[in-house]
Design a protein around this ligand. Structure first.
Ligand code: ZN
Ligand code: ZN
Length: 178
């Protein structure tokens, strides 16, 4: 079966993109995949904005055929298209100030200093998102092929406008030397 949009019949499904609840009667996106554990297919449910950010290809496949109105469809289409153009962007899973100095950056391999910004990554494999480490804010532009990621970060990590401005500045700064 093809990927689909539908109205959630219950509020029991969780969004694979953000782990949040998908409210009953809201439009949800279903990605169909072969079941890796057996026969048939499985469906991964998402809030439409979370699918546009993290699963742009199936989202764009299904969007023109949606029988249900998708809120802000044009803006979501643009988010998904940017995610296809910059192939690593769908891995972005928010950002935080590093609570330790133990993580190594997946881009430059250097340690990420405590209390500096780090951007979280997830890789999608066999129907699951696996937490896959972090990169320095200063390595964002090289890794994602664009510095323009803060709105994406804010979709997955709640932060104040002051923190968003601070993160923007950290992305614009050159990568920290060890
Ligand atoms: Zn979601
Ligand atoms: Zn780095």
């Amino acid at each position: 079966m093809a990927h689909t949009f539908e109205r959630a019949p219950t509020s029991r499904a969780k969004c694979r993109g953000c782990d949040g609840k998908i409210e009953k009667d809201t439009v949800r996106f279903g990605e169909r995949l072969p079941n890796p554990y057996g026969e048939g297919e499985m469906t991964l449910w998402f809030h439409p904005p979370c699918a546009a950010h993290k699963r742009p290809e199936p989202f764009l496949e299904a969007l023109p055929d949606s029988e249900f109105p998708v809120d802000a469809a044009d803006a979501l289409e643009q988010i998904a298209r940017t995610g296809l153009a910059c192939r690593r962007l769908p891995r972005l899973n928010g950002a935080e100030r590093s609570p330790t100095a133990r993580a190594r950056c997946r881009s430059c391999r250097e340690l990420i200093a405590k209390d500096t910004w780090r951007v979280a990554l997830v890789f999608f494999e066999e129907g699951r998102f696996e937490a896959s480490g972090y990169i320095h804010a200063g390595c964002v532009t090289e890794y994602f092929e664009t510095p323009d990621v803060v709105e994406r970060v804010r979709h997955f990590s709640e932060m104040s406008d002051a923190d968003a401005a601070d993160l923007t500045a950290a992305i614009a700064a050159p990568p920290s030397s060890p």
